[in-house]
Design a protein around this ligand. Structure first.
Ligand SMILES: Cc1cc2nc3c(=O)[nH]c(=O)nc-3n(C[C@H](O)[C@H](O)[C@H](O)COP(=O)(O)O)c2cc1C
Length: 330
C-alpha cells in the first residue's frame, strides 16, 4: 500500500508537507496546482510552489513532491512540464479535477473531463516533453456531470503514457458532498494496467479499508482527513498491520500549529491567516480544543494576533488542566 498526500490549494504548502511527512506514513506529496496559461513560467514560480525543488524534490523527511500543473493547452502544459523537470521536479502531476468556476471558465481542471480527447492530448504532450524516466501522473474526478465518460478518460490517460491515475471518487457536480463513490473505480481498476489510486472521504483507518475493498485499489490519497487528523496516514498503516497506535494528542497538534504559523509562505501575506484558519477548520472535526480556538481567532486578521491567541490558549488550557489535576489529587 502506498499513501499519497493530496494537493490542497491554500493549505497544503511546504510547511504542511514537511510537518505531515515528518509524522510518517506518506510515500509522496503533490504541490498545490500551478496554473498554466499561454506562457512559459520562470523557475521562480516553481520554486515558490515547491521549495523542495532546492533540496532534491523531497521534503526534509525524504518524501518526494510532484509538481502539479493545471491548464488546457497541451503545448503550454508540455513546455511548463519540461521547465518543472529542469528545475528538479521528481514527477509531474496533471490536475483534471479542480471544480472551481474560475478555473473551469478558463479552460482547466474538471471542465476538461467533458473532453476525453483533450485530456489524452495533454497527458501525451507532457509525456513526450519530459524524460521517459520522469513519472507523469493524472488526477481526475469521476466526470463532470456524471461518470459516463470515466472509462474513456481513464483508458485515454493510460494510452497517453501516464504512469499512474488518481481518481477523486465524485463528479464535478457532486462537489465535496458525501459520499464518495469508491465502487465506481472498480471497473476502471479492472481495465487499466497502471496503478490506480483511490481518493475522497477517507477520514479514518476503517474508511481506508472500505475504500480499498470497494474500489479494488491498494493505494490511497488522503486530503482533508490528514488535516483533521495529521497522523491519519500512520494510523492507517498501524491499523492494517494490526499494530498498537497512540493517536496524536491535542498538545502535539498545538505545537504543530505553533510551528506552522511562522513558516507559512508569505508570497501573499493578506491570505496567510486563512491558511491557519482553514487548517483549524479541519482540526475542529477531530479535536474539541480546535473548535474553541477556531471561534476565538476566526476574526483575527494577522498572523501575529493568531500566534498570540494560540499561545494564550495553550497556557490557559495548561492552567485549567493543572487545576483539574490538583482538584482530583486534592
Ligand atoms: C481546500 C482544497 C484545496 C484543494 N486543492 C487542490 C489542488 O490544488 N489540486 C488538486 O488536484 N486537488 C485539490 N483539491 C482536491 C483534493 O486533492 C482531494 O481530491 C479532495 O479533497 C478529496 O479528497 P479528501 O476527501 O481526502 O479531502 C483540493 C481540495 C480542497 C478541499
Amino acid at each position: 500500500m502506498r499513501i499519497l498526500l493530496a494537493p490542497m490549494e491554500g493549505v497544503v504548502d511546504y510547511t504542511m508537507r514537511d510537518m505531515l511527512t515528518r509524522l510518517g506514513g506518506f510515500d509522496r506529496c503533490v504541490t498545490e496546482f500551478v496554473r498554466i496559461t499561454q506562457q512559459k513560467l520562470p523557475a521562480r514560480v516553481f520554486y515558490r510552489y515547491c521549495p523542495e525543488l532546492r533540496a532534491g524534490g523531497k521534503t526534509p523527511a525524504g518524501t518526494p513532491v510532484y509538481v502539479q500543473l493545471l491548464g488546457g493547452d497541451p503545448a503550454y502544459m508540455a513546455l511548463n512540464a519540461r521547465k518543472a523537470e529542469q528545475v528538479g521536479a521528481p514527477g509531474i502531476d496533471l490536475n483534471f479535477g479542480c471544480p472551481s468556476k474560475t478555473v473551469n471558465r478558463n479552460d482547466g481542471g474538471s471542465a476538461l473531463l467533458r473532453e476525453p480527447e483533450r485530456v489524452h492530448s495533454i497527458v501525451a504532450a507532457v509525456r513526450a516533453a519530459v524524460s521517459p524516466t520522469t513519472p507523469v501522473t493524472a488526477k481526475i474526478r469521476l466526470g463532470f456531470h456524471d461518470a459516463s465518460l470515466l472509462m474513456d478518460i481513464a483508458t485515454g490517460v493510460e494510452a497517453a503514457g501516464a504512469t499512474e491515475l488518481c481518481i477523486h471518487a465524485r463528479t464535478r457536480k457532486d462537489g465535496y458532498k458525501p459520499p464518495a463513490h469508491w465502487h465506481q473505480l472498480a471497473q476502471v481498476r479492472a481495465a487499466l494496467t497502471i496503478p490506480l489510486i483511490v481518493n475522497g472521504e477517507i477520514w479514518s483507518p476503517a474508511d481506508a479499508q472500505r475504500a480499498q475493498q470497494e474500489s479494488g485499489c491498494i493505494d490511497l490519497m488522503l486530503g482533508r482527513g490528514s488535516l483533521c487528523r495529521p497522523d491519519l496516514a500512520p494510523a492507517i498503516r498501524a491499523a492494517q498491520q494490526q499494530a498498537a497506535y497512540t493517536a496524536l494528542s491535542w498538545e502535539q497538534v498545538r505545537h504543530m500549529l505553533l510551528e506552522y504559523i511562522p513558516n507559512i509562505p508569505l508570497d501573499n501575506p493578506k491570505f496567510a491567516p486563512n491558511r491557519v484558519k482553514q487548517w483549524l477548520n479541519y482540526l475542529r472535526r477531530q479535536y474539541p480544543e480546535a473548535e474553541v480556538l477556531f471561534q476565538q481567532l476566526k476574526r483575527l486578521k494577522t498572523l501575529a494576533e493568531i500566534d498570540g491567541s494560540l499561545r494564550d490558549f495553550g497556557s490557559i488550557r495548561l492552567q485549567e488542566e493543572n487545576y483539574e489535576r490538583r482538584s482530583i489529587t486534592g
